[in-house]
Design a protein around this ligand. Structure first.
Ligand code: FES
Length: 211
């Protein structure tokens, strides 16, 4: 049976460009797909004056389409300014790959979301966010939808692990319905901090395990 992938997809899958983690990145993001539970991490080095992406790397815990899209989207983004890279879409990635089967759309969306989240992370860390909305419980909940519950590969909110969110004067408290000695407790705490701490008006994030 012929594979449903173009030659370009197969080539990028077998020889992905810009793959791996990065020491001391200027920004990073991990995004998960609710559609399949896979994840992608994107790391950036950005020139502080020109805001050009000097280097970019990705790690994929997804399928062949996700690896191929991560490879192509990092190639497309490298050398672009943050504004130019933000404009890249999953369609650009899919076109550059010679098309992806429709059932695999979410895989390319995931890679592009990873790139956008890493850019957002850079902007938040460097005070480049122009629309400064105050952080609310809803803002925090939205971000927690991007933190995976590794036990089932779905996000913390969908799997109902978030039992409380409080936001007061830049202090964010989050209650998670897992025991503190759970094997993934530390990972989850770290990922929550990575997502919430960059918010411009947040000074402190506390994660309590209440299970
Ligand atoms: Fe999960 Fe492709 S099936 S990323």
């Amino acid at each position: 049976m012929p594979l449903p992938y173009s030659e370009t997809v197969m080539e990028h899958f077998k020889h992905p460009r810009n793959v791996g983690s990065m020491e001391d990145p200027d920004a990073k993001a991990v995004e998960g797909s609710p559609a399949c539970g896979d994840m992608v991490a994107v790391y950036l080095k950005v020139d502080a004056d020109s805001h050009r992406i000097d280097d970019i790397k990705f790690e994929s815990y997804g399928c062949a389409s996700n690896i191929a899209t991560g490879s192509i989207i990092t190639e497309l983004a490298k050398g672009k300014t943050l504004e130019e890279a933000k404009a890249l879409t999953w369609k650009d990635a899919s076109d550059a790959l010679g098309g992806l089967p429709p059932i695999k759309t979410h895989c390319s969306v995931l890679a592009v979301d990873g790139l956008r989240a890493a850019i957002q992370n850079y902007e938040e860390r460097h005070g480049l966010v122009s629309e400064r909305e105050p952080t609310t419980v809803e803002v925090v909940r939205k971000r927690l939808k991007h933190v995976m519950n590794p036990v089932v590969g779905l996000d913390l909110v969908r799997t109902k692990l978030v039992t409380g969110i409080e936001v007061t004067d830049g202090q964010v408290q989050i209650a998670i319905d897992l025991p503190g000695d759970h094997q993934f407790a530390n990972n989850i705490r770290e990922e929550i901090r990575e997502k919430i701490e960059p918010l411009w008006d947040v000074h402190d994030v506390t994660v309590r395990f209440t299970g």
